[in-house]
Structure formats: structure tokens, C-alpha cells
Ligand binder design. Structure first.
Ligand SMILES: Cc1cc2nc3c(=O)[nH]c(=O)nc-3n(C[C@H](O)[C@H](O)[C@H](O)COP(=O)(O)OP(=O)(O)OC[C@H]3O[C@@H](n4cnc5c(N)ncnc54)[C@H](O)[C@@H]3O)c2cc1C
Length: 367
């Protein structure tokens, strides 16, 4: 029933506007409130905080339906920030922000990456200096999804300039709208995912109440990110598998309709074999993903397996989508064809939430 609701909502409220969102590089603001009203935001957050009271399976349904419709929308990031709040937030922080996030009145972003530090998060330079009951934040972030609409930013900062490496990193929640010293740049020109606002953020003597620190003490930010990243990686795996399945379905239809040398493309053995291979890999991905989702819901998805899911599902997803582009011929390279957009969109899966090379390092540490 929830999948049905999500599918109908996405088809009716998002798909007709998506091309315009792509052109403006962000979704309409009311897309967020509509998604909230339909129950698509924070579906796995407890009801007492305004969420849907479900599990990660509900979250996965939303992400799958967005991917199946080819819609770029940052509902997954909204959930990721909600999980930081659930895990480390104080009661008043949760009660203040989560219900508004669930209603889509407050859009959330997470800002870790900086121009000079992506994979190596220990090297971040954005810093927060304590001044009475405030932090004074200076620095910048880049590639921040939901950055254009964000009213709440989970921000990774150096709170102790003397501490080396991960020790001095904290997460502070920035209430961004109209805050003096806070500025979001125009959405960046990406290769794909055009409807999703990915921005630079700038902080210039931005004052953030000390009460907005996430967690009981400073210096916990790095371990908080390491604890929460498996969740983020699983969400990327969900999108990758849904994209893969859609690519195989779309291409199977296409090769039955398109003819060459007097017969449908499906009549060439190469077409059948390539698609059979793609379908098999997609099925393997689905089974592994479902295993990871079950383990995540049970609370025992370990970091290495989450990294395997993110790395393998996105690598195989890109291979499959690329093969499907090939089977479309020149039309596969035209943006009006969904497969072309999927090719450009899914390429980011191998890069964000930790690159696949970093995933292999994490897996290797567990050997
Ligand atoms: C569309 C999009 C959305 C994003 N959204 C967000 C967001 O919402 N919030 C946010 O904070 N960030 C976001 N990011 C940033 C993303 O997480 C980073 O781009 C990513 O972590 C890689 O960092 P980097 O770009 O600095 O690459 P680099 O760290 O410079 O890496 C460059 C290359 O070096 C490799 N490399 C680096 N270190 C190692 C190593 N130890 N071993 C082997 N290889 C290595 C990498 O794998 C990569 O191939 C987004 C990125 C994109 C593209």
C-alpha cells in the first residue's frame, strides 16, 4: 500500500514538473511540503517525532519509486540528517526539527565535503570557535545536496584547532535560513541529477548557538559520521539497484521495438546475451541488497558489508546502465531518452557517500 501511495504521488506530483526542475537545478519548494503531506518524508522516524513510524523498508520504497520514475529529489538526505538527530540529538532538538522535516517545511542537508577535503574528512578546515554561548563558524563546504532549499544543515566543523586528525571534529546543526554569515551558492552544474540542488555553502562569522552541537560533547563528529555512513551507503545501494532494474526493463522493451537488418534487435544473439547478463547481475544485486536491508532493520549491518553494498551495487549498476545505453545505439546518448539520463545520474553513485575506492579500503580493513 505504501509503495502504491509513493508511486502515484511521484507520478502525479513530481514527474510532470521534473524537466522544469532540471532546468532550474532545484525542485520547487512546495515539492517538499507535498511530499511531507503524502507521508513520503522520514517514513522510518518514530511517529512521536512526526515520522511515519515505519522501518528502513519504507524508506527504501520511497527511494526506489523515485529512481523508478527517474526523479532526482533529496528525500534520502532528509532521512540521513533525521537519523543523525535521532541518534545524537537532544530531546528538544528532535522535537523542534524532526516534525518540521517530516512535513517538508524544513529541508535538511549534510555538509561534510570541502573544496580541499572529500575522502579525507580529517582534513576539513571549516572551524567553529567558541564565543560565550555561541560558536563562530568560518569556512566553506561544497557538493552539498539539498543546499539550495536547506533550512537546517548538519555541518562538520573543526571545533578544536589544536586537536589533530579526527579528534577535533564536531557536528553542529545550523539553522540556515536568513542567518547572517550564511550563504548558499547557486546550484552547481553537474553532469547529471540536474533536478537535485547541489551547492557550495559559505560561512562568514556565522553564529551558531552552542546548544546546536550534536551530541553531549565536542570532538565526537568523526565517529558520529563513521557510525551513520553505513545508513547513507545503503540508501545509495537502494537507488542503484532500482535504477539497474529500470534500465533492464526499459532496454528489454526497446530492443523488441527497434529493428535493424530487417529484424528486432532482440533477435540478435548478442542483444539477448547482454541483456541476460544484465538481468542476472541485477538480480544478484537485488538479493544482496535485500539481505543488507534485513540486516540493517535488525540492527546488525556491519560497516564492511554496508561498504560492499555501496561499492558493488553501484559499480555493477553503472556497468549495466552503460550496456543498456549501448543497446539503445545513438538514442541512448540523447537526454530525451530515460536511459541517457540514468547513465549520467547513476555515475555519481560511485563517487558520493564515500568513493568506491574508500569502500574497498573499509572492506579491506575487515580482512
Ligand atoms: C552529486 C554529488 C552529491 C554530493 N552530495 C554531498 C553532500 O550532500 N554532502 C557532502 O558532504 N558531500 C557530498 N558530495 C561529495 C562527495 O561525498 C565527495 O565528492 C566524495 O566523498 C569524494 O571526495 P572528493 O570529491 O574530494 O574526491 P577526492 O577525495 O579528491 O578523491 C579523488 C579520487 O581519489 C581517490 N582516493 C582518495 N583517497 C583515496 C585512498 N585513500 N585510497 C584510494 N583512492 C583514494 C578517490 O576514490 C577518487 O577516485 C556529493 C558529491 C556529488 C558528486
Amino acid at each position: 500500500m505504501f509503495r502504491n501511495t509513493a508511486r502515484l504521488f511521484v507520478q502525479k506530483e513530481f514527474v510532470p514538473h521534473h524537466d522544469r526542475w532540471c532546468a532550474q537545478h532545484f525542485p520547487d519548494a512546495d515539492a517538499w511540503t507535498k511530499a511531507g503531506a503524502a507521508g513520503l518524508l522520514l517514513p522510518d522516524v518514530p511517529q512521536e517525532y512526526g515520522g511515519g513510524g515505519g522501518t528502513f523498508a519504507h524508506e527504501a520504497v520511497v527511494l526506489e519509486e523515485l529512481a523508478q520514475a527517474g526523479v532526482n529529489f533529496g528525500a534520502g538526505i532528509q532521512s540521513i540528517v533525521a537519523h543523525y538527530l535521532l541518534a545524537y540529538g537532544g530531546e528538544s532538538q528532535k522535537r523542534d526539527w524532526l516534525p518540521r522535516m517530516a512535513r517538508g517545511e524544513l529541508v535538511a542537508a549534510i555538509a561534510m565535503t570541502e573544496p580541499g577535503a572529500g575522502s579525507d574528512l580529517q582534513g576539513i578546515r571549516t572551524h567553529a570557535r567558541r564565543d560565550g554561548e555561541h560558536y563562530v563558524v568560518n569556512g566553506s563546504k561544497t557538493f552539498v545536496t539539498n543546499g539550495w532549499h536547506a533550512g537546517l544543515v548538519c555541518l562538520a566543523v573543526k571545533s578544536d584547532p589544536r586537536a589533530t586528525g579526527w579528534k577535533g571534529i564536531s557536528l553542529v546543526m545550523v539553522e540556515a535560513k536568513d542567518a547572517p554569515g550564511y550563504r548558499a551558492g547557486r546550484p552547481l552544474e553537474k553532469v547529471g541529477m540536474h533536478a537535485q540542488d547541489t551547492c557550495e555553502l559559505f560561512f562568514d562569522d556565522l553564529r551558531v548557538p552552542v546548544a546546536n552541537l550534536l551530541g553531549a560533547a565536542e570532538g565526537k563528529g568523526f565517529s558520529q559520521m563513521m557510525e551513520q555512513l553505513p545508513h547513507e551507503r545503503l540508501t545509495v545501494g537502494v537507488s542503484a539497484v532500482a535504477t539497474t532494474e529500470r534500465a533492464v526493463a526499459i532496454t528489454s522493451r526497446y530492443v523488441k521495438e527497434r529493428t535493424a537488418f530487417g529484424k528486432p534487435l532482440i533477435d540478435f544473439q548478442n542483444t539477448r546475451f547482454q541483456l541476460a547478463q544484465c538481468m542476472t547481475e541485477a538480480r544478484i544485486g537485488r538479493v544482496f541488497l535485500d539481505h543488507c536491508i534485513e540486516r540493517f532493520i535488525a540492527g546488525d549491518l556491519d560497516d564492511a558489508t554496508a561498504a560492499m553494498a555501496k561499492y558493488w551495487l553501484t559499480d555493477s549498476g553503472c556497468r549495466i546502465v552503460d550496456e543498456c545505453v549501448q543497446l539503445h545505439g545513438g538514442y541512448g546518448y540523447m537526454r530525451e531518452y530515460p536511459i541517457a539520463r540514468m547513465w549520467a545520474d547513476s555515475r555519481a553513485h560511485r563517487i558520493y557517500a564515500g568513493t568506491n575506492e574508500i569502500m574497498k579500503e573499509l572492506i579491506a580493513w575487515s580482512l
